[in-house]
Design a protein around this ligand. Structure first.
Ligand code: KIV
Ligand code: ZN
Length: 563
């Protein structure tokens, strides 16, 4: 690793920079370059039909400016644009943008490609960086400016005779980040002089980080310097076009917006040359998560991913911001616990403001299910298992029961060495507590309430129960008294010798399983022995009494089977 062969990027001399104290308060103008920069970087470029599918997708997301290709350099891109125009696929409020080098024959062919389009942006560029000037073109600054100026003149000239299309212009000093700022300014000013933009017809000056060469604050300094030093700033739209070589394309674009830019070019999921262009989903969702309308709609993210993966043959990584399969999944127990508490508070408070630990946005905003938030593995805490049963299956396990059931799940994850899905947790719960195979089964019961006078003549309620249990194909009839149905049943079981005298009921809770007249009740009962052994039982029944008696039997059966 010979780091000595690299040199540090020279910082920009801008001590009075103002961008660090600015905030982004509205969405920039967005331009998708998926069909050009994104496409040109694909191992298998899109076919015309795939491009049309991608174009439709971009429209559905709300893009109003879409770079559709480099039609003068690629026959497929020429045919694609012709199809868009001839098949009237471009809505009236959408402008297609085409890229061309600042070279005469390419510019001429580009105008043929846009014939019949209602609106178009002609995006022309030439490379301006020191290294490109020296290594690729071997031209002086003046000669490089001439390329841009000649291109701009030709574009203006052809536009004047090109009828039927409302044409706007974009100029990019390609490799801007490797260009001396004074030269970037001079070449842009020369183009501005030719294009002669005004308030109504602004010229887009796109300042690309063709290669990301420095930290994002330096890109912001470059943008602020240009905004301050370029001519006729008020007649320009300053556009950003970041690539992600250092992994900070999104940060660079955001800081570039602080520095005064108006517009951002990028792609879905950051597809593009090398490490890609900036990801517009990330940028837009970052705004969204700050309460700012991103003016792009990613609410059908699953469809978006499907079309993107199909047309580009790329995959969306599981940890991709906002969209990846794992980004709403908490594996750690403490995260799960915090999320559960956050969700409970959010629901109870009725607040409209989302403020939850570990979840910067509400997953359902992007078609993600709450059920996907937590999966259980061997690092999960007790709260995670309870959370799954409660949110996905409506079972509110009492807190005292969490250690018992999560211990069962923990054993399974240790044995299998993998995470468990909600469905597996539920199945385990059902087979542990509710499925048949228990020794004692409740067949039928009758409960009578009795009003007694005590010695002082005060009235007291008590309950008498007759219960019929199945045991080894025999029917047992049990009778008992108590201050409620569970107490009476417990006594009946003890009287008949079915359970030991020293057992005690330790906790009880119940709730409806769903709403409505035909809802079932679920009861949870904890039984503790003299030696301190504790077992929970669960019962589900249309009546609370039925659920409670079943829960008691379940706890006793489990205790019997496990001691
Ligand atoms: O990255 C880049 O510089 C480009 C230009 C053509 C704008 O894609
Ligand atoms: Zn690019």
């Amino acid at each position: 690793m010979d780091y000595k062969k690299y040199k540090a990027f020279t910082p920009i001399d801008l001590p009075d920079r103002i961008w660090p104290s600015k905030s982004i308060v509205k969405a920039p103008k967005w331009c998708s370059v998926d069909l050009r920069d994104g496409n040109q970087a694909l191992p298998v470029p899109m076919s015309v039909d795939e491009k049309i599918e991608m174009f439709e997708l971009l429209l559905s997301l709300g893009f109003k400016e879409i770079e559709v290709g480099f039609p003068s350099a690629s026959e497929t891109e020429f045919i694609f644009l012709r199809r868009l125009i001839e098949e009237k696929r471009i809505p009236g409020d959408v402008t297609v943008q085409i890229l061309t080098q600042s070279r005469a024959h390419l510019i001429e062919r580009s105008f043929e490609a846009i014939k019949g389009a209602e609106k178009a942006i002609i995006h022309f560029y030439n490379s301006t960086s020191t290294v490109q000037r020296d290594v690729v073109f071997n031209k002086s600054r003046e000669e490089i400016i001439t390329i841009a100026v000649e291109g701009a003149k030709l574009i203006k000239e052809i536009s004047a005779r090109h009828e039927g299309t409302d044409i706007r212009y974009e100029y990019s000093p390609e490799s801007f980040t490797g260009t001396e700022l004074d030269f970037a300014r001079d070449i842009c000013n020369a183009v501005i002089d030719v294009i002669d933009p005004d308030e109504e017809n602004k010229l887009i000056i796109n300042l690309p980080a063709t290669v990301e060469m420095s930290m994002p604050n330096i890109y912001a300094d470059q943008i602020e310097w240009m905004c301050r030093n370029i001519n006729r700033r008020e007649h320009l739209l300053i556009s950003l076009h970041t690539h992600n070589d250092r992994g900070t394309g999104a940060a660079a674009s955001e800081l570039g917006l602080l520095a005064g830019a108006d517009r951002v070019e990028g792609t879905l999921f950051g597809n593009g040359e090398r490490t890609g262009n900036v990801d517009l989903i990330t940028l837009a969702m970052n705004l969204y998560s700050q309460g700012i309308d991103p003016e792009l709609d990613f609410s059908n993210i699953n469809h978006l991913i499907e079309v993107y993966e199909k047309t580009t043959k790329m995959i969306v990584p599981p940890r991709h911001p906002y969209a990846g399969e794992l980004v709403y999944t908490a594996f750690s127990g403490s995260h799960q616990d915090a999320i559960k508490k956050g969700l409970d508070r959010f629901k109870k408070s009725g607040s409209k403001i989302w403020d939850l630990p570990y979840l910067p946005i509400e997953p359902s905003d992007l078609e993600r299910e709450y059920e996907a938030i937590i999966r259980i593995n061997s690092q999960s805490g007790k709260g995670g298992v309870a959370f799954i049963l409660e949110t996905q299956y409506g079972l509110k396990l009492p807190k005292a029961m969490h250690p018992e059931f999560s211990g069962i799940i923990q054993k399974m994850t240790d044995e299998t060495g993998r995470e468990l899905k909600g469905e597996e947790i539920y199945k385990t719960f059902m087979s542990e507590y509710l499925e048949d195979g228990h020794e004692l089964k409740l067949h039928r019961y009758e409960i009578n309430a009795i009003l007694n006078d005590d010695v002082k003549g005060d009235k007291h309620n008590s309950v008498e129960i007759a219960a019929y249990l199945e045991k080894d194909n025999d029917m047992l009839e049990l009778r008992g008294h108590g201050n409620g149905p569970i107490d009476a049943f417990f006594h009946a079981l003890k009287n008949s010798g079915q359970v030991k005298e020293d057992l005690k009921l330790s906790s009880y809770s119940e709730h409806a399983l769903s709403e409505g007249a035909d809802s079932k009740a679920v009861a949870y009962i904890q039984v503790v022995s003299n030696e301190g052994k504790s077992f929970f039982g669960v019962g589900i029944d249309p009546s609370i009494n039925g659920a409670s008696l079943k829960a008691l039997l379940c706890a006793l059966n489990r205790m019997e089977n496990r001691t």
